[in-house]
Design a protein around this ligand. Structure first.
Ligand SMILES: Nc1ncnc2c1ncn2[C@@H]1O[C@H](COP(=O)(O)OP(=O)(O)OP(=O)(O)O)[C@@H](O)[C@H]1O
Ligand SMILES: [Mg+2]
Length: 231
């Protein structure tokens, strides 16, 4: 479980906090959704959980450990992140994109890392992409490669920021099915403003509004609660 306790984050020079004393628990769901309109604080929250931002006050605990106290190695085992801009290394093949972190972080030998990477790509149904470069694959394929790369470190949790933003409707549906399959092993936390996608993949989530939790629980219920009349 990821537990956020009294989290406040204020950007330098900002007048008011982007996150206003948030306290919320993300149970270890297969897929958990963080929803909310643009500017509500979703990415800020994700960046605090990923330790890219240090909270102004409050704390974040994963499986009862304060993330501030984890070593870099322990943290990499606990949590992976795939950003909206996938940050695949453009000058490296898909295979090399996958082998780099295990080599650098875990000290895995190149031959072992290659073997693991090929297995991972096969398992995720993208084995044929191993020798291509990021510019030679589609947006949906790149999304999968970025997740495959994150999974190489076998994290317990993986955060995905706006995973469907570059995908068309059909690819989004395929991606949802694919994510659901993977989620029996890794818990995914998806940050998204794509509500139909959230409903497809997640049963539970939270809805942020102006740096505060507006609703939490079952995704279908949340969407009913927050939906504005459209007339
Ligand atoms: N680097 C920054 N400096 C100052 N303020 C920032 C910075 N980044 C974000 N903010 C502000 O913090 C608030 C939350 O932004 P955040 O990026 O977390 O929203 P979001 O919910 O991810 O939005 P979106 O759906 O558009 O990605 C917004 O008011 C935003 O303007
Ligand atoms: Mg964002």
């Amino acid at each position: 479980m990821i537990e956020i306790r009294d989290l406040i984050y204020t950007y330098p020079n900002a007048d008011e906090p982007a996150l206003k004393q948030l306290s919320v628990q993300f149970p270890r769901e297969n897929v958990f959704a963080v929803l909310g309109q643009s500017g509500s604080g979703k990415t800020t929250l994700l960046n605090c959980i990923a330790r890219f931002l240090t909270p102004t006050s409050g704390s974040i605990h994963i499986d009862d450990k304060n993330i501030a106290d984890m070593t870099a190695l322990e943290f990499r085992h606990t949590l992976g992140v795939v950003f909206q801009r996938l940050n695949l290394f453009p000058h490296l093949s898909v295979l090399r994109n996958l082998t780099l972190a295990p080599e650098k972080v875990f000290g895995t030998s190149l031959s072992d890392a290659r073997k693991q990477a090929r297995e991972m790509l096969e398992r995720l149904g993208i084995g044929d992409l191993a020798d291509r470069y990021p510019a030679q694959i589609s947006g949906g394929q790149a999304q999968r490669v970025a997740i495959a790369r994150g999974l190489m470190l076998q994290p317990s949790y993986m955060l995905l920021d706006e995973p469907t933003s570059a995908l068309d409707a059909q690819t989004t549906q395929d991606f949802a099915a694919w994510l659901t399959e993977l989620s029996s092993e890794t818990s995914f936390i998806i940050v998204t403003h794509d509500l139909p996608f959230a409903e497809m993949v997640a049963s539970h989530g939270v809805y942020l509004s102006q740096g505060e939790i507006q609703a939490t629980g079952n995704v279908a219920d949340i969407l009913q609660q927050v939906q504005q009349p459209t007339s």
